[in-house]
Design a protein around this ligand. Structure first.
Ligand SMILES: N[C@@H](CCC(=O)N[C@@H](CS)C(=O)NCC(=O)O)C(=O)O
Length: 222
């Protein structure tokens, strides 16, 4: 079976997709491009994904997919034996879909600003305000998720890891980082820690998104 091609970067949202493919045992290769760090990488990505963002996934059929939640849901459907999502008839399906989309729309979307606040800010002082206010919004969103979803087991949807756990874990590693996440979402904290130490992902995390105590707190500028 021809494999998947992931356009992605270490520590980026593509690592959720790569982790999912790893757990599914699906063959894939990564084309390393970090558009948030490099103008030349952004230009190289443009013919693949006009939004110049990763993850961008080329399916075995040759079709392009973007949008992390949609990709993860699709991969769960294409690799059902991996058990990475409740199926359409499951009572857990509505909450799976709800919180997958919540992470994309309410939280991940804010990184378009946070990764380069000059996209919206008029000056440096305004950039600091945007960073502070988007961090507050992210903390509020994590708290809303924490109050809105009761973990159904060791992971969010039961005792098996799901796409939702992978997505939550990757996005919770970004600024304002884990210490803020744990404070805002104490019930979700053990979930992401369990994903951090998932044995099947140990070498994957070490290579693609190294994460240790030093990364739990955001480095302050200056
Ligand atoms: N809506 C997209 C957002 C993807 C995204 O923002 N990716 C970041 C990296 S984590 C990126 O490529 N940023 C570069 C940019 O937006 O210019 C998704 O859900 O996958």
């Amino acid at each position: 079976m021809p494999g998947y091609i992931v356009y992605g970067a270490r520590g980026s949202g593509s690592t959720a997709v790569e982790a999912a493919l790893t757990l599914a045992g699906a063959p894939y290769e990564v084309v390393e491009l970090a558009p948030f760090d490099s103008a030349s990488d952004a230009a190289a990505l443009a013919p693949i994904n006009p939004m110049r963002q990763v993850p961008a996934l080329v399916l075995p059929s040759g079709e392009l997919m973007t949008e992390s939640a949609a990709i993860l849901i699709h991969l769960a459907e294409r690799h059902p034996d991996a058990g990475l999502a409740p199926d359409a008839a499951s009572p857990l399906r509505p909450r799976f879909l709800r919180w997958m989309n919540f992470i994309s729309a309410q939280i991940y979307a804010l990184y378009w600003v946070r990764d380069d606040p000059s996209r919206l800010a008029a000056d440096k002082a305004h950039e600091a305000v945007l960073l502070e206010r988007t961090a507050a919004r992210i903390r509020q969103s994590w708290a809303t998720m924490d109050a809105g979803i009761e973990p159904a087991g060791r992971f969010l949807l039961g005792d098996g890891i799901s796409m939702l756990d992978l997505y939550l874990t990757v996005v919770s590693r970004w600024g304002p980082r884990r210490a803020a996440f744990y404070a805002a979402a104490p019930r979700l904290a053990p979930i992401v820690r369990a994903v951090d130490v998932e044995p099947r992902l140990a070498s994957f995390w070490a290579e693609r998104f190294p994460f240790d105590d030093g990364r739990e707190v955001e480095a302050l500028p200056g």
